[in-house]
Design a protein around this ligand. Sequence first.
Ligand code: ADP
Length: 731
Amino acid sequence: MGSNRWRGASPAVSRIASILLPVPLPEAFDYAEPEGMELAVGDHVAVPLGPRVIRGVVERLREGTGGNRPLKPVLERLDDPALPEGTLAFVNWAARYAVDAPGQPLAIALRGLRAQRARPEKVVVITGQAPTHMTPARAKVMEVAARTKLPPATLAGEAQVSAGVVKGLIDDGALEIRLIEPQSGFAEPDLSLKGRKLNASQAAAAAALKETVGKGFSAALLDGVTGSGKTEVYLEAVAAALAADPEAQVLVLLPEIALTQAVISRFAERFGAEPAEWHSGVTPPRRRRVWEAVVSGRCRIVVGARSALFLPFRKLSLVVVDEEHDASYKQEDGFIYQARDLAVARAKIEDAMVVLASATPSLESLYNAETGRYRWLKLADRHGDAVLPDVSLIDMRESQPEHGRWLSKPLVEAMAETFTRGEQTLLFLNRRGYAPLVLCRACGERMTSPDTDSWLVEHRYTGRLVCHLTGFSMLKPDRCPHCGAKDSLVSIGPGVERVEEEARSLFPEARIAVFSSDTVFDAEGAKALIETMAAGEIDILVATQAAAKGHNFPNLTLVGVVDADLGLRGGDLRAGERTFQLLAQAAGRAGRHERPGRALLQTYAPDHPVMQALKAQDRDAFIAAEMEMREVSGLPPFGRLAAVICTGPDAAVLEAYCRTLAAATPNAEGVEVFGPADAPLALMRGRRRKRFLVRANREVDLQAFMAAWRARARPPGSVRVTIDVDPYSFL
Ligand code: ADP
């Protein structure tokens, strides 16, 4: 614990400690350091805040007393390992970037400390002294104790004797109780193991990464189609980073928990030891152990979701952001941040290398690669004989299925052929539930959430109508709540459950499963379903985006995209880009091994540039067109955006505040402010919502502008103001 820091003798002068608190306060608070406490930056302390005592972290120490008004003293120095300087610097950087209070990212950085530290365990060990007399029961205990160290009761159980026998041997001096730290389970990676033999383009990319890792900050975009071996390549960079420095640590970020198991297995195979896992599904005591192992440097590889970025690494040498284009890297509530961008910032602060990997990189990263800011490493082909699937469009205007059906004739025929050959089909539809809308045939009323004006989605497995924004749900009523007509509610449009129903009626003998967050709840469930699919025990998998990414199914040769136009509707800034990425990923699931695959996209807009680019598999043409559109309109990556979302229960109060805020807009060169306008989601959880959108030229310090603006118009108590830098959601 901070052993490398010098704790000097008791200071002769009084010192003021600025303490960063994990609460939404604008800055660190000053406290007096009591004599003899000898704090250091990064130490955890307990301090009074109003009537409460809370945990905080020492951010700065300076000489002084606080003038005439005496400062409250720090109450206690806590025994937790100090937060490394890089982590503290990163927390502050992230707060400034997000135009938010530093306490918000600090709270994320301290999440691992919520559970109590695991207590040392009492186990029984052999002393080496022979028992004064032997019995068969005693012999059994000695035999088990020689093999493993167990707590007394477990030892007795294992040896099938009474607890008295163990106690007798302890009293006799043959055994003794010892306290040991609970198994931490962070085995050292075995760097003598070798990876697969790389093909030429993989070897070139791996060599480029190995050359720069461990030599300060650098950034690379690892750009290769699905199955080209990006994971194989970054595993080599990880090996090089760990080998270059015995203390080096590596962080691998993944966009979704469902993907962690597969990547963890790859690491376990490559390094003979499982990396630590970090995401919301990890239990608090386990998180505590990971946190402590990371801060002490004992844990060298972490595989995790975006919040792993805030772990207290001691010597971070490499950060990998896999599937870097994925919109799940954008955290939308609480502390709002884009983990991919923060990963680059953290790497810079830690003098580390960052590798962004994707088959369909974000426009932002491509721009950085094109302008030379990131090293651009391209993997041209799929590894081995696997070829990219053949992509065709099904024009739904010509092949429209009959009413209430969603699978067109050409797609059904392809499914039949695939099934007959004993191969697998993935039907992709990025929509959970049975039907996205329920309306009354008698009066036309749409079923909406009571305090949020969004449609309720029908879920047949549970018989409920669910709001996907707030989680509100109700049993599906048998009468229209509006006009009272009986059995008048009809389901409009398809969700995965409905497509599954249709597939079952078409292929009654096929084994069919659904993969969505309603059928798969956690990493374990995802792993089980993925393994079943990989083993060929499912013929048709109907899936949301959870299955579109990263997985490797050897026998999957057909991907059917039920509604390729889905992402294009609603039209936010990244609609085209996102649709292209998602569909290219989904199509990329087919034919990853020896068998060729094909992808069929059902679309009502076959002439749309996104569909044409997908059909021709011409990513470059699509990117070029999209870049030009963004450049002309000054949108990211050519300009910068931020949103301001104001919400409040009272429409008049909210309106008035928005007018005040609009009037307070600072004058600034190269900045345009649009709004306020009603948000597309104008009511959420009973609060009215209004939005502003700010567009700035690249060279503008957008964060400074936003902070100055907010400071000029304090909201009334009932109004909440949220700033979203680089918004992904425009709702
Ligand atoms: P990506 O991350 O680009 O999707 P992966 O690294 O997962 O690609 O590789 C796809 C599949 O091909 C995996 O099963 C992987 O083990 C295999 N593979 C990739 N490169 C090689 C190689 N050089 N030798 C053997 N197998 C490879």
